[in-house]
Design a protein around this ligand. Structure first.
Ligand SMILES: [Zn+2]
Length: 479
């Protein structure tokens, strides 16, 4: 498949395109002088009036492309309205870019986005995530600003590999350090890391005691017990963010920005807790552009919002009032895939100071192509996902019941697509990617992943069209 309008370099001496030749993806670069191709790795073919380099989409070529086409390096997006799209398979970016071009007016995209957990499960590196997006952006002739999100980072090592790969947004997730307040909590806070917090119990209490936080239309005060519970629960998490943040700022050699995410903790974040976390992080010098609390329940993976929309509206208004008063920073909506009922409401409440994060829904679009064009492969992926669901579900907000997951062997080819559209099996497919995509064949290769990627390459236009329409449906409502 040839692009009608290959990306040109600023100087017109080089033009770049991604070409699908049979079952492989190639980088092709045309030049008038062979010397202009010296930064790239591949075979050079000479014809009457040009030189054509045919190379692999590898890390060296991705890096050289970004040097020659600097707009393909991600940049911080600041407080602008933004939406992130994840890509587990390395082939989604061209479809994502088409969606933003057609439906994403006024929304800055994050094309490069994957969580540390997903990368670990898929044996993928931040560099591979970055490079796959680079090639997808050449394919779609993308020439505008975009961001990159190293999502749900929990360790210093996660930060270092993402920095080295050129990521610009770092979502710091201190969720493992959030403590659960015991039922017999007596208010004792002696064990908190006061040294790291550069604080004492007395001065912490004084910051909140007898204070009325009048924020927009809401007014919040915390009694002694509430203050102590918030400190018990979040102080170690605050210290964790501070140490990750300081490391990031000391190490980064390019411009970076930070999101704080506590959406994957076990309890809903109260308004008082949001105030506590933001106040403490600010006191310790942390700056961030977006914050993901755990909103009220209803944010399950890959399906429509299941909670009460009126309650969500009140919840978003409260969190946004705090974000505006103590920042401003954007509210970040994680698990944002397929929540069509909430996008315009979230945009309106936050006045555009909001970030939407989606990921798994793009994988499900890939599976819909697989179900249409490679039904037996889809059956295998589905079965692996069913078998691994009991284990895979533990790290996600899902409610799918295995009783509602029929055996794929009993379904005709045309019925398979129903497994992607029905909520239970959609969630099972959504969270079951880890075991399915990393199943090794006798040579140690990821057999199902490779077969799925082949299927997408062979049906690339259908895949791009499906992605454009599906992500476009999100963007049209969100923008
Ligand atoms: Zn999240």
């Amino acid at each position: 498949m040839l692009n009608s309008d290959p990306i040109k370099k600023n100087s017109p001496s080089l033009s770049f395109e991604i070409v699908y030749a049979g079952r492989s993806r190639e980088l092709q670069i045309r030049a008038v002088r062979s010397g202009d191709l010296s930064d790239f790795d591949g075979q050079i073919h000479e014809s009457a009036n040009e030189y054509l380099l045919v190379g692999k989409p590898n890390a060296a070529n991705a890096n050289a492309v970004r040097m020659h086409l600097p707009w393909l390096k991600p940049k911080p997006l600041g407080l602008n309205l933004s939406a992130g799209v994840g890509d587990r398979l390395g082939l989604a970016t061209s479809g994502h870019a088409r969606a933003f071009t057609k439906y994403g007016k006024g929304i800055l995209p994050i094309f490069v986005q994957q969580s540390a957990r997903e990368m670990e499960r898929l044996f993928r590196t931040p560099q591979e995530v970055m490079d796959d997006a680079t090639f997808g952006l050449i394919e779609s002739s993308w020439m505008n600003q975009f961001g990159s999100d190293a999502d749900h980072l929990k360790t210093i090592a996660d930060i270092d590999t993402a920095l080295a790969a050129g990521f610009t947004m770092f979502t710091l997730d201190p969720g493992d350090s959030v403590a659960v307040v015991p039922p017999n909590f007596d208010g004792n806070l002696n064990h908190l890391p006061w040294g790291e917090l550069e604080d004492t119990e007395e001065s912490m209490i004084l910051r909140y005691k007898d204070k009325q936080f009048n924020i927009g239309e809401i007014s919040i005060s915390m009694n002694n017990e509430e203050i102590r519970r918030a400190a018990y629960k979040y102080s170690s998490a605050v210290a964790c963010v501070v140490s990750m943040y300081r490391h990031l700022m000391q190490t980064a050699t390019h411009e970076v920005e930070v999101e704080i995410a506590i959406d994957e903790t076990s309890e809903v974040t109260t308004m008082g807790e949001h105030i506590f976390i933001a106040t403490e992080l600010k006191r310790l010098g942390v700056k961030w552009i977006s914050f993901a609390p755990r909103y009220i329940d209803g944010f399950e993976k890959g399906i429509e919002f299941k909670g009460n929309l009126g309650e969500l509206s009140v919840n978003l208004k409260g969190h946004f009032a705090i974000a505006e008063a103590l920042g401003p920073y954007k509210l970040s909506i994680h698990s944002g895939s397929d929540k069509f009922d909430i996008y315009s409401m979230a945009h309106d409440i936050c006045g555009g100071l909001v970030h939407l994060k989606t990921s798994g829904t793009s994988y499900l679009e890939a599976l819909s192509i697989c179900a249409q064009f490679a039904p037996d492969l889809f059956r295998e992926i589905y079965q692996m996902s069913v078998d691994s669901y009991a284990k895979a579900r533990s790290s996600y907000q899902v409610s799918a019941n295995l009783k509602n997951a029929p055996s794929a062997a009993t379904l005709s080819d045309t019925e398979l697509i129903g497994l992607i559209t029905s909520d239970d099996t959609r969630q099972i497919l959504h969270v079951g990617y880890g075991d399915a995509l990393t199943l090794r064949d006798s040579s140690g290769n990821f057999a199902l992943l490779a077969a799925l990627q082949m299927c997408l390459i062979e049906n690339k236009e259908d895949y791009d069209q499906a992605m454009e329409a599906h992500i476009g449906k999100h963007l049209a409502l969100f923008g």
